[in-house]
Write a protein that binds this ligand. Structure first.
Ligand code: GRF
Length: 215
C-alpha cells in the first residue's frame, strides 16, 4: 500500500511536527510528511522542516485581514498542490471554519495538550493545576468545526505531581505528545480508524490498549 501524503500545519516551534518527521523516516511508516505549512513566516518549525529537506509553504494570515475565506482558500490550494491526503494540525493557532474543515472529513487530525473533553482551549496545564487535577495528558482527535471537539483517536495520561509547576507539567505532557501523535497518525494512515456515531473505532473496537498510553 502506498504511503499517505501528509501535511503538517504549524504556527510555532514544531516539536510535534519534528516527532512526526522522525517517525516517518522509517520507510515502513504508512505516511510520509511531504509538506510543512505555517501561517507564520517566523515559525521555528520551518527551519526544522528545511533541515529535513521537506517542502514548506507559508500562508500568512495577516495578509488576508478579516477575509478568512481567502486565507482558507490559500491553505486549501497549497494542500491540493502537494496532493495531500491527511492533514495534521500541530500547534496551528488559527481557528478553521466549517467550510474548510468539512473538506477534510476524517482526514484532518489535531493534538491537544489535555485529556479532552477537559480543558479545551489555551493554557491547559495551568488550568489543570488550578483545578487540582490528579491526571492530565494529551489527546489526538479528528478535527470538526467545533474547537477541540471531534472523535478522540488516542490519549496519553500523565500523573500530576504535588510539586508540579506549569512548566514541569507541560514538559512531561509534551514528551508523551511526541509518542502519541505518530501512533495516532499511523492508525489513521493505515485506515484502521472509523467514526461511528461520533466515536472512533480502532479495528472495529471502541478502545485499544495501544491508543491509551500513560507515562
Ligand atoms: C503542543 O502542546 C500541542 O499539543 C498544542 O500546541 C503545542 C505545540 O507545540 N496544540 P509544538 O509546536 O508541537 O512544539
Amino acid at each position: 500500500m502506498s504511503r499517505k501524503r501528509v501535511a503538517v500545519l504549524i504556527s510555532g516551534r514544531g516539536s510535534n511536527m519534528a516527532a512526526l518527521i522522525e517517525a516517518a523516516k522509517d520507510k515502513s511508516f504508512p505516511a510520509e510528511i511531504v509538506l510543512v505549512l505555517s501561517n507564520r513566516p517566523d515559525a521555528g518549525g520551518l527551519d526544522t522542516a528545511k533541515a529535513n529537506a521537506l517542502a514548506t509553504e507559508i500562508v500568512d494570515h495577516t495578509k488576508y485581514g478579516k477575509d478568512r475565506a481567502a486565507f482558507e482558500s490559500a491553505l486549501q490550494a497549497a494542500l491540493v498542490k502537494h496532493r495531500i491526503e491527511i492533514v495534521c494540525l500541530a500547534g496551528f493557532m488559527r481557528l478553521l471554519t466549517a467550510d474548510f474543515v468539512n473538506q477534510w472529513p476524517e482526514r484532518m487530525i489535531n493534538i491537544h495538550p489535555a485529556l479532552l473533553p477537559a480543558f479545551k482551549g489555551l493554557d491547559t496545564h495551568q488550568r489543570a493545576l488550578d483545578a487540582g487535577a490528579k491526571v492530565h495528558g494529551a489527546t489526538v482527535h479528528f478535527v470538526v468545526p467545533e474547537m477541540d471537539a471531534g472523535p478522540i483517536i488516542a490519549q496519553a495520561a500523565v500523573a500530576v505531581r504535588p510539586d508540579d509547576t506549569e512548566q514541569t507539567l507541560a514538559a512531561r505532557v509534551l514528551a508523551v505528545e511526541h509518542r502519541l501523535y505518530p501512533l495516532a497518525l499511523k492508525l489513521v494512515a493505515e485506515g484502521r480508524v472509523r467514526v461511528v456515531d461520533g466515536h472512533s473505532l480502532i479495528d472495529g473496537a471502541p478502545v485499544a490498549d495501544s491508543v491509551a498510553l500513560s507515562e
